[in-house]
Design a protein around this ligand. Structure first.
Ligand code: OSB
Ligand code: MG
Length: 380
């Protein structure tokens, strides 16, 4: 039986069941830092003292290339430090769980695994959809796609054609030295009117200003994370010299990073990733900072399985998420997702956040079991 906000008892985490699942991608995903063919994803099932449960997904990649976290670092940080740190602790709300993990520096993707599961758990106890519990409105979110580097430009053009025809509202292509101005020029010629952007994943330096000036002529909605993964200073220098809005991804790990980057003029748009910032509470803070400064945000993706995707959908309903995100249909990634129904996108490139409580999708437990390669339970 659901309870009201007033009746909600304090949250005491009783157990954390961690699993690693291995899930092959339908098509490899290539960025400036490498190619992924198969995901190794850590999932967490958290239970509390009232017997409620919630699910979270770790967005760390298979190696420390997008960020310094990766599947195994998250697994051991969760088992050795974060799990024991939160177990049996009493907090008023899921919103307080991030604070329990403060002694651990960084490791935000590992933290978000537990933190997001607690939000799902709390929303389920209240019998409300997570998106509502987070304060989201309206229910329908705008979707774009992120298309990796391909073996040939023709394959890329064909993929863009498919996604435009499917109704996605904006196309992001990955760029890197040697796969940039000439490619974007070809795409623009073929698709003069689409909302288009490029994501460099930190492949460039300030020595590349002339190249960015060439890109300025191609009417990109934004250029994502052109410079170093931890930089905000050089991005400000670059933004002063180009017209295309810079969007920061890797560089924004905290609400303070967002404050500093906005104050310095390092970006005009922010990509919010739930894992990178440490979960829903921190994501809400980043969104609030951006909204207070009239900086639009959108939801980034990390090739999530259904659980992470469902959390992304919920987050994307927050008011500041005014641009289409990298949240797209399950079928673009997986033969079969681990949730039911899979995430579906409308013909106009939108997803309607579900009505059911918590993340709002059913878990396909037999499929999760079949994909599990290791499992560990941390309990009192
Ligand atoms: O930089 O946004 C990125 C995937 C893995 C690591 C980094 C990024 C991405 C994506 C994919 O762009 C977005 C998605 O479709 O999930
Ligand atoms: Mg990015």
């Amino acid at each position: 039986m659901p309870v009201t906000e007033d009746q909600l008892s304090p949250l005491i985490i009783q157990s954390i069941e961690l699993r690693e699942i291995c899930l092959p991608l339908i098509h490899f995903f290539e960025t400036s830092f490498g190619r992924t063919t198969e995901r190794r994803i850590v999932l967490a099932r958290v239970t509390d003292a009232d017997g409620a449960e919630g699910w979270g997904e770790c967005t760390a990649g298979e190696g420390p290339f997008y960020s310094d976290e990766w599947t195994d670092s998250a697994w051991s940080t969760l088992c050795e430090f974060l799990g024991p740190m939160v177990l049996g602790q009493r907090v008023e709300r899921a919103a307080d769980v991030f604070g329990l993990m403060r002694p651990v520096r960084g490791h935000r993707m590992a933290k978000a695994t537990i933190e997001t599961a607690c939000w799902d758990l709390e929303a389920r106890k209240l019998g409300v959809p997570l998106w509502k519990h987070l304060g989201g409105t309206p229910r329908e979110i705008s979707c774009g796609v992120s298309i990796g580097i391909q073996d040939t430009p023709d394959i890329l053009l064909e993929k863009i054609r498919q996604e435009v025809d499917a109704g996605y509202q904006r196309i992001k292509i990955k760029i890197k030295p040697g796969w940039d101005v000439s490619i974007v020029t070809r795409v623009r010629k073929e698709f003069p009117h689409i909302r288009l952007m490029g994501d460099a994943n930190s492949a460039y330096t300030l020595a590349d200003v002339p190249l960015f000036k060439e890109l300025d002529g191609l009417n990109l909605m934004m250029l994502e994370q052109p410079l170093s993964h931890d930089d905000i200073f050089d991005h400000a220098k670059l933004q002063q010299q180009i017209q295309t809005p810079i969007c920061l991804d890797e560089s924004i790990r905290t609400p303070e990073d967002a404050t500093h980057a906005i104050a310095m003029g390092s970006c005009k748009i922010i990509n919010v990733k739930l894992g990178r910032v440490g979960g829903h509470s921190e994501a809400k803070r980043v969104e609030a900072v951006a909204r207070a400064n009239d900086i639009p945000v959108w939801c980034g993706g990390m090739l999530e399985s259904g659980i992470g995707r469902a959390h992304n959908i919920a987050m994307s309903t927050l008011a500041g998420f005014s641009l289409p995100g990298d949240v797209s249909a399950s079928a673009r990634y997986w033969e079969e997702d681990i949730i039911e129904p899979p995430v579906m996108v409308s013909a106009t490139g939108t997803i309607v956040a579900p009505d059911a409580s918590g993340i709002g999708f059913n878990l396909n437990l037999p499929r999760i079991d079949a994909l599990t390669v290791r499992k560990q339970t941390i309990a009192l």
